[in-house]
Write a protein that binds this ligand. Structure first.
Ligand code: 5GP
Ligand code: ZN
Length: 111
């Protein structure tokens, strides 16, 4: 089982800020901004390009849900979403996750 599947199964503890049938939103263990969260689908799929139609619909619902959570998460002033894929993208966990970065003015450089 991958580390995020273990977090979803509560085999590894995490600070869950939100949960529904599709996903969890947790704090990243190694924050790279004042607010650094991870939006993780409960179903394991490897990355942002490896989705069937059902999983793509899940991702769309996750993003829509995030739009209604910005105040609760302290992101009312804006945020950045990042999803790393593969070696060049420095993906380290092979379970799709969207980084949510905010809580401060972020760098204008993205890489
Ligand atoms: P990636 O490098 O794959 O895009 O992002 C993986 C992220 O997962 C990293 O930012 C890393 O800090 C985070 N991470 C790895 N293991 C854990 C963990 O056990 N708990 C939490 N909360 N975050 C983790
Ligand atoms: Zn997984």
């Amino acid at each position: 089982m991958c580390v995020f599947c273990k977090i979803i199964a509560s085999e590894i503890p995490s600070e869950r800020l939100y949960e529904d049938d599709d996903m969890i939103i947790i704090k990243d263990i190694n924050p790279q901004a004042k607010i650094h969260l991870l939006m993780i689908p409960k179903e394991h799929f490897p990355d942002i390009t490896a989705m069937n139609d059902k999983q793509a619909a899940t991702l769309a619902r996750m993003l829509k849900t995030l739009g209604g959570l910005t105040d609760k998460l302290g992101l009312e002033n804006g945020f950045r979403l990042v999803s790393n894929k593969g070696d060049d993208g420095c993906q380290s966990v092979p379970h799709l996750h969207i980084h949510i970065l905010g809580g401060e003015k972020l760098s204008e450089n993205m890489a």
